[in-house]
Design a protein around this ligand. Structure first.
Ligand SMILES: NC(=O)NC1=NC(=O)NC1=O
Length: 239
């Protein structure tokens, strides 16, 4: 099978990190096709960034694949992508939160900027039972600095340790695709499961494909009603 793993921002080096995390868990019969969005923000750290990332995501899911991963912790454009993708679409926050809820009593999210904490809470409300997400904590390291800041890994792990104590949680969810490579070291140091949403989403999409499950086209996720789109979007939308 072929899984298209989409980095919704336009930073190639992040795509490389995402690709490595997805490939590390993909099964022997799975081809991971990691792609960088062709248009939009260099990183996604606000509602504005999320909105401007969606056209590039929709263009990326328009290409055929057996399943799709949206590799940004805000799960931008997830519902719209499900209306047009040819296979199941899973967001990394969705996958990470579900996985975390299955291996512990309550998880804490460690994310990037404080301004994105509300989005993480909103997604937890949508995806998991009340109380499953015990808290969301921000390291206030910008997304693109995670890769270049030599102290980022330690800051994220220290914040995760604080979160476990403060929240009384027993699992950590990494709240950014750019933290994917911290998961193993964090889990070893903290002694708890640390969930990287890129890996979780890759395995979950593989499982859905193996189960023969695709997004239902009855009602909400049916293909969008045909209509005219004008302006720049005319090139990227279905008519
Ligand atoms: N919470 C986040 O920082 N999300 C993200 N922004 C990106 O550009 N990629 C992410 O995973």
């Amino acid at each position: 099978m072929r899984i298209r793993v989409i980095n919704p921002n336009t930073t190639e080096s992040m795509t490389a990190l995402i690709e490595a995390s997805a490939r590390a868990v993909a099964g022997p019969g799975t081809v991971v096709e990691a792609v960088t969005s062709g248009m939009g923000p260099a990183s996604i750290e606000s509602h504005y960034d999320e909105a401007l990332a969606v056209p590039g995501i929709l263009a990326a899911v328009a290409e055929p694949a057996d399943g799709y991963v949206l590799a940004c912790f805000g799960d931008p454009g997830l519902d719209a992508a499900r209306e047009v993708a040819s296979g199941p679409v899973v967001g990394i926050a969705e996958a990470a939160m579900h996985a975390a809820a299955m291996v512990g009593r309550g998880f804490s999210v460690v994310t990037t900027l404080s301004r994105t904490k509300g989005r993480a809470h909103d997604l937890a409300t949508r995806y998991v039972a009340a109380g499953a997400c015990r808290g969301v904590h921000a390291c206030d390291i910008a997304v693109l600095d995670l890769e270049h800041d030599p102290g980022a890994r330690k800051e994220v792990i220290d914040l995760a340790r604080h979160a476990l104590e403060r929240d009384g949680s027993d699992v950590i969810v990494l709240g950014c695709a750019g933290m994917a490579e911290f998961a193993a070291a964090a889990s070893a140091e903290l002694g708890v499961p640390v969930v990287d949403g890129v890996a979780a989403a890759t395995v979950l999409v593989e499982s859905l494909v193996r189960l023969g499950l695709r997004t239902s086209v009855r009602e909400e996720y049916a293909p969008p009603p045909p209509k005219r789109y004008t302006g720049l979007l005319a090139d990227f939308t279905r008519s």
